[in-house]
Design a protein around this ligand. Structure first.
Ligand SMILES: NC(=O)c1ccc[n+]([C@@H]2O[C@H](COP(=O)([O-])OP(=O)(O)OC[C@H]3O[C@@H](n4cnc5c(N)ncnc54)[C@H](O)[C@@H]3O)[C@@H](O)[C@H]2O)c1
Length: 425
């Protein structure tokens, strides 16, 4: 693609309102380049990190708009970004949006690329709005917290394909050079056919934010979103979904037919820890009889690791998610020799190359919806104490969370009880 048609591509995909030269940052005017205009929704840790990486990916990128439910979160993110990236992150007041409708205002502000980094409950709605508006999308994992949300993401995936707009997921290990090479080895038969996969995600409990008197129930739950299943999906969905995505990758994105699981809440006490569990153990069963397994835990003072143990017909492969160095034994002693750039940066480099038209359009929609669905399936198998089929999970009518969003009273959600809690609730 030549430079002119690349510019046209960015314009066509974004339906940008005309931007006069005077509204462009000085550096872009001087260098006569068209900036990729980025809006991000959810200005917390990951949103600020992703925005930073998006600016590092291409010096023609600018942060154009920001949105958050809370003004203080937006302000601290802006201060941090401007401190690091200077004028390219200077978002004027009129494009800083706060509240439950901030996402739509960011999308409508004339951006090319939308970064979606709120708690996952809101993701399906935000993805749908951004894709409908023909924006390029980077959306953090997980993509939803229930079957209703996953079905919406599947619809958005279809639409993004029809529109030829980019839809990239934050399943970042898919963008890790060593893991890409490792999965290529596995899929080429380095240890024979994969017979089983056991993944661990043992970590410490996440932060809590003590309640302030001025906070409504809704604000308190949202500020402590990781501890509420309706907001985070529970830690198996919010955190261990990375491991589940690697299982899905190993199985060539062929989803299991069912899951059984155990789980509970041994160490979490009191309302500050919401209604989530602190441990899960899941077995996924496939149509050909194979099984894959996940253990995940968020407990203090315990052994932590994040490993994948893959057994093949002729060998094994072990990879630590935090170091990314795969170790093969048996029929292969392959080791990774190449570069290992930061996978979070690789995501944004590859996304912006695709937006510019230098590489083919990216659509991660199928696997990101599947891996999210598998994580929800594992959670529900533990919550209900039942064996649940993937198809029943996908068809589930449950929609977690309040029907309408307002900073007002909100009941404390109950902790699921295996044998009592129902799938469709
Ligand atoms: N890929 C990774 O390795 C990785 C790492 C960390 C987080 N994440 C994911 O990124 C997402 C955000 O996590 P985080 O650690 O940045 O959390 P965070 O709490 O730091 O940030 C979330 C932000 O979203 C805002 N928010 C909440 N509801 C909103 C709404 N309806 N509209 C607009 N803004 C809203 C919050 O106020 C907050 O500023 C999660 O899905 C998480 O799983 C991914």
């Amino acid at each position: 693609m030549n430079n002119v048609s690349r510019r046209e591509f960015v314009k066509a995909a974004s339906a940008v309102t005309a931007v006069t030269a005077t509204t462009l940052p000085a550096w872009a005017v001087q260098e006569k380049r068209e900036p990729i205009k980025i809006g991000f929704i959810g200005c917390g840790g990951r949103g600020t990190g992703a925005a930073n990486q998006a600016l590092s990916a291409n010096d023609t990128a600018v942060i154009w708009a920001m949105g958050d439910a809370f003004e203080d979160r937006l302000n601290s993110s802006l201060t941090s970004l401007v401190g690091e990236k200077g004028t390219r992150a200077e978002v004027p007041k009129e494009r800083q949006f706060v509240g439950f409708d901030a996402f739509q205002k960011v999308i409508d502000s004339g951006v090319d690329l939308v970064i979606l980094t709120t708690p996952p409950h809101f993701r399906p709605q935000h993805i749908a709005a951004a894709v409908k508006a023909k924006k390029h999308v980077f959306c953090e994992k997980p993509m939803a917290v229930d079957g209703t949300g996953v079905r919406s993401v599947m619809e958005s995936t279809k639409l993004a394909k029809e529109n030829n707009t980019n839809l990239m997921s934050g399943f970042c290990w898919r963008y890790s050079y060593p893991l890409r090479a490792m999965f290529e080895q596995l899929h080429n038969g380095a240890i024979g056919d994969i017979e089983s996969y056991f993944a661990t995600y043992y970590a410490a409990p996440l932060w809590t934010k003590p309640r302030k008197e001025s906070w409504s129930d809704m604000e308190w739950q949202m500020r402590n979103w990781v501890h509420f299943d309706w907001l985070s999906g529970d830690h198996i969905v919010e955190q261990a979904c990375h491991s589940i995505d690697k299982i899905n990758w190993a199985m060539k994105n062929v989803t299991p037919v069912s899951a059984t699981a155990v789980g509970g809440r041994l160490m979490h006490e009191g309302n500050d820890r919401g209604n989530v569990y602190d441990h899960f153990g899941v077995v996924f069963e496939y149509a050909d009889g194979r099984r894959t397994h996940l253990h995940c835990r968020q407990m203090p003072f315990c052994y932590n690791d994040n490993n994948d143990f893959i057994t093949g017909a002729t060998g094994t492969c072990v990879v630590n998610g935090w170091t990314g160095a795969p170790v093969f034994t048996g029929s292969s002693d392959w080791t990774y020799q190449g570069e290992n750039p930061n996978m979070y940066q690789v995501e944004h480099n590859e996304l912006q190359a695709a937006i510019r038209g230098d590489t083919p359009t990216i659509n991660d929609g199928d696997f990101m919806a599947q891996s999210t669905m598998m994580a929800i399936l594992g959670r529900e198998a533990a919550y209900t104490g039942q064996k649940i089929s993937y198809s029943d999970m996908l068809a589930s009518t449950t929609r977690l969370g309040p029907k309408e969003y307002a900073f007002s009273e909100l009941a404390m959600p109950t902790v699921a009880k295996p044998g009592v809690t129902k799938l469709n609730r």
